[in-house]
Design a protein around this ligand. Structure first.
Ligand code: ASP
Ligand code: MG
Length: 410
């Protein structure tokens, strides 16, 4: 007998029929003799609908009240899911996040889980019940309801799997697994049999929406075996695991991309040791998230500093910097919108030189200008103009032979 955590995303529970068919999946695992914990999202697009409901009342709703509102979406699903299991003849009980013992830091809208007191869940599992838990929510130490950030039900599922020492965490969704790149943009995109935690973490952070980045972090830290799979098609999904059983030795395993990138450049910064720390401390203090940073410094001259932000942060970044212009001492600010970031990811890069060079060559051949570059051990990101984004992804997908299983082994 094992313990399985199953998570069903919004589209997989988007209607009563879909809830019933998801409940059958849970019942199947139970009938195999497993203990089953189910984590669900809000039905369909109901979280978005709640967000727009709030905006018809207030242009800047309180974050605490937003959490109170948004968490109702998942509460609808847990109760219906539990009823569906009753109809199938199973004992089932639903819990909100806080009832399930999910404690978070005291932050509204994007809280981290700090502790899980799984006693209630354990007791119900021992009582032979299937336990249904509302994803995306918890409570802080004062009992205020919090949310884990959009897409956070994945994190609830993986965190519970870790706390309960589950044998497996299955993420059921509307795609059949993790693809080499987004199949809605690149028709040759291929489903991966397996991917490592580190690669998945990079891809999730670089814009692949299939999994919440924090869920992958949890899975890696607690070595939770994860599978992303379809809630409708009966086929294997993608396993996310350490290195061992990797299907193939691809150097590049996936390509992620995101638009809405803006570059901000400060010109004429005096060459002071404290420059960088001053600029980025001000931005951080005001909650502006910065991504790629490039500084060019010539001795004896003023320097220039460029960084990227998500376009939604542009106004905030400009306000912060302009208000500190005197203190920071720069001459002028420029910004360039309509940029995109295209990233290639693969653990094989660590031991294979020349991957970045090949990426640059491919983009040059396509006539695509690279505006900024950033690298880590297992990824290379290039900032290009938005209009070149899909072309860049297609060219790289082709050049690194991602549509052919195992083809790029060298
Ligand atoms: N319902 C929440 C959202 O739409 C959480 C989730 O689905 O993971 O973001
Ligand atoms: Mg999701």
């Amino acid at each position: 007998m094992g313990l399985i955590v199953q998570k069903f995303g919004g589209t997989s529970v988007g209607s009563p029929e879909k809830i019933i068919s998801a409940a059958k999946r849970a019942a199947e695992e139970k009938q195999k003799g497993n203990q089953v914990v189910v984590v669900v999202s809000a039905m369909g697009k109901s979280t978005d609908e709640l967000v727009s409901l709030a905006s018809s009342i207030s242009s800047k709703p309180s974050r605490r009240e937003m959490d109170m509102l948004l968490t109702t979406g998942e509460q609808v699903t847990i109760s219906l899911f539990s009823m569906a299991l009753h109809e199938l003849g199973h004992d089932a009980v639903s819990f909100t996040g806080w009832q399930a013992g999910i404690q978070t830091e005291s932050v509204h809208g994007n809280a981290r889980i700090t502790n899980i007191d799984a006693e209630q869940i354990q007791a119900q599992l021992e009582n032979d019940h299937i336990v249904i838990v509302a994803g995306f929510q918890g409570a802080d130490e004062r009992g205020s309801i919090t949310t884990l950030g959009r897409g956070g039900s994945d994190t609830t599922a993986v965190a519970l799997a870790a706390a309960l020492k589950a044998d497996k965490c299955d993420i059921y969704t509307d795609v059949t697994g993790v693809y080499t790149t987004d199949p809605r943009f690149v028709k040759d995109a291929r489903k991966l049999e397996a991917i490592s935690y580190d690669e998945m973490l990079e891809l999730a952070n670089l814009g692949a929406g299939v999994l919440h980045p924090r869920a992958v972090e949890f899975a890696k830290n607690y070595q939770v075996p994860l599978e992303v799979r379809s809630s409708t098609a009966r086929e294997n999904g993608t396993l996310i695991e350490e290195e061992a059983r990797m299907e193939e030795n691809l150097i590049v395993r996936g390509i992620a991309f995101e638009d809405q990138v803006t570059r901000v450049t400060l010109r004429g910064l005096p060459n002071k040791l404290s420059n960088l720390s001053n600029v980025f401390t001000e931005l951080a203090k005001n909650g502006v998230n910065v991504d790629i940073i490039i500084q060019s410094l010539t001795e004896g001259y003023t320097s220039s500093l460029s960084f990227t932000v998500n376009t939604s942060y542009l106004e905030d970044a400009m306000d912060v910097l302009n208000s500190q212009k005197k203190k920071l001492g720069f001459e002028k600010i420029e910004s360039e919108k309509k940029l995109a970031k295209v990233s290639i990811v693969g653990s094989g890069m660590v031991s294979n030189p020349g991957v970045a060079a090949e990426m640059f060559e491919v983009l040059a051949e396509e006539g695509i200008l690279i505006k900024m570059v950033s690298t880590s051990e297992i990824k290379v990101s290039a900032v290009v103009s938005q209009e070149h984004m899909v072309k860049a992804v297609e060219a790289l997908h082709e050049a690194f032979e991602l549509s052919k299983k195992g083809a790029a082994v060298s």
